[in-house]
Design a protein around this ligand. Sequence first.
Ligand code: MN
Length: 428
Amino acid sequence: MTQLQAGAATDVGRVRQINEDRFLADELLFAVADGVGGHQAGEVASQTSVETLLRAFTEGEHTTEGLVAAVEAANSAVWHLAQGSREKRGMGTTLTALALVQEDGEEQLALTNVGDSRAYMLQQGELIQLTEDHSLVEELVRDGKLTPAEALTHPQKSIITRALGMEPVIQVDSWEITPYQGDRILLCSDGLTNELSDERIASTLRQIADPQEAAHDLVRQARASGGSDNITVVVVDVVDDGGRSGKASAALAGSKTSTKAAGAPTVATAQPDLEQTGSRLAAPPAPAPPQARRPSLAPPPAPVKAKRMTWRVVIFLVAVLAVLGSAIWAVAWYARGAYFVGIDSEQVAIFRGRPGGLLWFDPTLVERKQQPTGAELLPAQRVQLDAGHEVSSKAAADRYVNNLRQELELRRATTTTSPTSTTTTTRP
Ligand code: MN
């Protein structure tokens, strides 16, 4: 019988007003949820997700598929709640869950992830990140467009590309891990990983044996180094594996690939022990090899299908935003980028913008000229200026008004000398 022992801690941090993180540390089920959404909706999302997860997992099958189904149930609960009220629309939550399950008569740890909360495994002193963040910057890193160092300080760090409650159907990443005595699994929200380096997390997990104390200490350190977000930590220890590691040791005894002298067996096969089980939409997982294997120190295989889908969505959104942005910019440039001569309060005036305005860009009055007045214009000029005579610059507008004035003076001069003739002169 596999025996687990867990500790958990959460803290609002030093900047946020409310704690929107939730955790679950039940007998066989552990989870961390980090809610997002204004008006305390994030809190509702994370709370709903862990409550639904626990209920659905307890009622359902204790298998990896059962855990995935419970996560899907949690997604739908949050989604339905989000649709129900205006303040809650758009709320969501990350959810990283771990459960002890039965697969083909063997006890396994099932792990699922949606969002940017994480699961790590400390095994023989080595810390391995098990989950893959569904966040914009992590996807850029995976695509080689950002270095991990750049990702740490990226302004869009907190944008998640997958979360519970955003869509009626969710894609859940899942893995199966064979538990060995001494293994320690850490579930945490980004409030921990944004404040503490992996090295510091690893050294704390190595030094503090009690899972509850370790969880507390990690939260305390994250607070001390900034605490800019809610911090949540669940530490799960495999305290007994029912003799599995002993059997594995025996099976591996004399293996030439075993190089470490430590009592427990080391990595002896090329195949990772972490199996990506895929979502229900993906192809069924490959059957587990018969031999007991140790987890590899490499990160688990990436959920390629999910990643591509998400990445495509991100590219699409970025493209849409870029097109919208440049369209708005072009309209603004066009709407504001020209001048016209018109009539304001019965005087000739120069405006910036387009006659009558364009969309929400109204023309603005630049200058009202003393002369000519509206009444002094010839009927044809009046018609033209009522509609607005467009020119390319302020200087061109001034030239145009000068021409009108000269034309008026000329007209006055001719009117005084010969009242019967009216000459109209227009200059280019
Ligand atoms: Mn967070």
